[in-house]
Design a protein around this ligand. Structure first.
Ligand code: ADP
Ligand code: MG
Length: 226
């Protein structure tokens, strides 16, 4: 059997809103295997981001369980959960969240420095990752000097630089034109094949999602099976 990197069982999430309890996710069950590429599809407000945050240990469930590399998220304290996230996961968002005053190389090296790695050791690793995403010639560029597609590639390099087991991406092509979006998805396929990193990608783009191995459809907080 293949290694499961992230799984959830009977996962539920409710939000308290103005004295009301609003259910957002109902009894979700998912297993993500090592090296698997999975798309999460659904209309706006269907609970995609909420699900991704729970699977990535960024938010706590209201019921059920989430397991990251076999660790039960529910029973972990914030410090050990933060360490597990840094060790096991990478995140990419719709807005790249690069630090404006730092170069592409410095942005990509950041997660390694946060781990306590020395700059001299981190920089060559970051440079290699920028090479893998096709930006070897852009290491000294600031985010403002890059195109939208290039910024997202830097964000992907930053997510991958720690060699995580799984990258979680929330509408990473939401602000890209068609060609850049397709290029980013091709890059994800290549990196998935090279590094065996799992990818969980939230999108509402059916065509891009069809390039993933599996598509999970969220409809009003319920996972609709294919
Ligand atoms: N922090 C929050 N507090 C209250 N309601 C929230 C919160 N986050 C999300 N929701 C609600 O949960 C539902 C799903 O949101 P979300 O997961 O962001 O959807 P999607 O990413 O699919 O567009 C929405 O109705 C939203 O209003
Ligand atoms: Mg969302």
């Amino acid at each position: 059997m293949s290694e499961v990197v992230i799984s959830c069982r009977n996962l539920r999430k409710t939000f308290a809103q103005g004295g009301l309890t609003v259910p957002v996710l109902h009894d979700i069950n998912i297993d993500i295997s090592r090296g698997e590429r999975v798309a999460i599809l659904g209309s706006s407000g269907s609970g995609k981001s909420t699900l991704l945050h729970l699977l990535g240990g960024l938010d706590r469930a209201s019921g059920g369980s989430v397991s990251i590399l076999g660790h039960d998220v529910q029973t972990m304290g914030e410090a050990s959960l933060g360490a597990l996230r840094n060790q096991a996961l990478g995140f990419v968002y719709q807005f790249h969240h690069l630090l404006a005053e730092f170069t592409a190389l410095e942005n990509v090296a950041m997660p390694l420095l946060i781990r306590g790695m020395k700059r001299d050791e981190a920089n060559p690793i970051a440079a290699r990752m920028l090479g893998l995403v096709g930006l070897a010639q852009r290491t000294a560029h600031l985010p403002a000097e890059l195109s939208g597609g290039e910024r997202q590639r830097v964000a992907v390099a930053r997510a991958l630089v720690t060699e995580p087991a799984c990258v979680l991406a929330d509408e990473p092509t939401g602000n890209l034109d068609r060609a850049s979006a397709q290029a980013l998805f091709r890059l994800i396929q290549d990196l998935n094949a090279t590094l065996n990193t799992s990818f969980i990608i939230v999108t509402h783009d059916l065509e891009l999602a069809s390039q993933m191995q599996r598509q999970l459809h969220l409809v009003d907080g319920v996972l609709r099976k294919e």
